[in-house]
Design a binder for this molecule. Structure first.
Ligand SMILES: [Zn+2]
Length: 421
């Protein structure tokens, strides 16, 4: 076990702080929405730093940024697998400075420190650090866009054609900041992501490190109710075809499904509602709902979905409207690689910390990666569980501990091989 002496890379907190000035909103947060000017500035700073540390910078067609560190150069001619570490540097419009960026900066700095430590020692893998495009889904949907493309779950052309609210495609937006690349990147043999928890289980337990064991699944459904416009004054109540009334029935019904389930087993939401014509004195003829059902149990998800499908015709009948499912998308729940989870626990023990096992309800780039290779997410506490907020905060000592932990995990993977365990 080589790693009890592994420390946080030198200057790490200063680098992280300097990076959070790019796209700063002045209140501790950042606005680095994907392919915005601030995001482009952050990408350029990241590319410069990768280059300075000896990484070969590669940009793929959807703007994913890779820093390749071929540690196995001494085995010329031998194809060694690639161990990946990274996260994302895009943010929500009023996002926090740690969500994503923490994992990317830690991977870049820890990878360079690892290269120094490995000088003259045999290795079993190369290292690649990565900043994935469009993890947040704030501007281009779906979320975890770039990692899904690299995992082969989403065609690059589909991702590039996705449009923001102003009709600008990802391709156009990446062109505008000069980050629509042509490079090919290797495929990962293992993927490690360091991330702030974005929930409060660590804080509540008093533990400083967490390992994500499982991810929750999400079933996202866009539903349209179609009624008829009419004057809200004279039209008799019994003759109205009110699309918004049907939407209201579904909104409260979907909430009741979660309230009736054991706590912490089912989350449901309607996060967005589009109403037309959206005039105070016109009965709405269109209401579009953006709904979500989330659980770690596929049976709970399926049951909630079946109940929702039962609610919809009932709501439509009450409001005398038609309905249509516009789009459905399922991300099944799953478990991260047991081999990587136990390796992460061993390396935490070497740092004298016992990590807490966690579920992630939010998506991370490690979820699409987990479909194609062993993957794991290492977590440090989020104060008050806050994420997507300028008030995101993790104790500096915990940020350093997490970066040291990532370095220790990567060292094991690179020296022993990604199929470890
Ligand atoms: Zn994130």
């Amino acid at each position: 076990m080589p790693s009890s002496a592994i420390l946080c890379p030198p200057g790490f907190l200063d680098r992280l702080e300097a990076f959070s000035q790019l796209g700063s909103t002045g209140d501790g947060g950042v606005d680095r929405v994907e392919a915005s000017m601030a995001n482009g500035e952050a990408r350029r700073a990241l590319a410069r730093r990768m280059d300075e540390l000896g990484y070969q910078v590669r940009i793929d067609p959807v703007g994913n940024m890779f820093g390749l560190m071929p540690l196995a150069e001494q085995f010329a001619g031998q194809e060694l697998p690639w161990v990946f570490a990274g996260s994302h540097i895009d943010s929500q419009p009023k996002g926090g400075r740690l969500d994503g960026a923490y994992g990317v900066i830690a991977a870049v700095e820890a990878g360079a420190a690892l290269k120094e430590r490995l000088r003259g020692r045999p290795v079993a893998a190369n290292l690649a650090v990565v900043a994935w495009t469009g993890e947040e889904g704030a501007r281009f949907q779906p979320s975890v866009l770039g990692s899904s493309v690299h995992a082969g779950l989403l065609p690059a052309e589909t991702a590039l054609a996705r449009k923001d609210g102003n009709g600008v495609s990802l391709a156009q937006a990446l062109d505008a900041i000069g980050f629509r690349g042509t490079d090919h990147a290797p495929k990962p043999a293992a993927y490690v992501e360091l991330h702030v928890e974005c929930a409060d289980a660590l804080e509540k337990s008093g533990r400083r490190l967490g390992v994500f064991d499982r991810w929750w699944g999400a079933h996202k459904i866009e539903l349209m109710f179609i009624g008829a416009t009419a004057h809200t004054g004279p039209t008799p109540m019994a003759e109205r075809k009110d699309a918004l009334l049907a939407a209201a029935e579904v909104i409260t019904g979907l909430r009741r499904l979660a309230d009736a389930a054991p706590p912490g087993t089912l989350h449901t939401s309607v996060g967005r509602l589009e109403v037309l014509p959206n005039s105070p004195n016109v009965v709405p003829d269109r209401a579009k709902l953006f709904m979500e059902i989330r659980s770690v149990d596929p049976d709970v998800m399926a049951d909630a979905h079946a109940r929702l499908m039962g609610l919809i015709p009932h709501a439509a009948a009450i409001a005398r409207v038609a309905h249509r499912i516009v789009r459905e998308e399922i991300r099944p729940p799953g478990a991260f690689a047991p081999s990587l989870r136990s390796l992460a626990r061993e390396q935490a023990a070497a740092l004298d910390v016992e990590p807490l096992g966690l579920d992630t309800i939010a998506a991370h780039d490690a979820v699409p990666m987990a479909i194609v290779c062993p993957a794991v997410v290492l977590a440090v506490p989020s104060r008050d569980g806050l994420c997507h907020s300028p008030r995101e905060w993790t104790e500096p000592a915990d940020l350093e501990l997490g970066a040291a932990w990532l370095g220790a995990v990567l060292e094991r993977l690179v020296t022993e091989g990604p199929q470890h365990g």
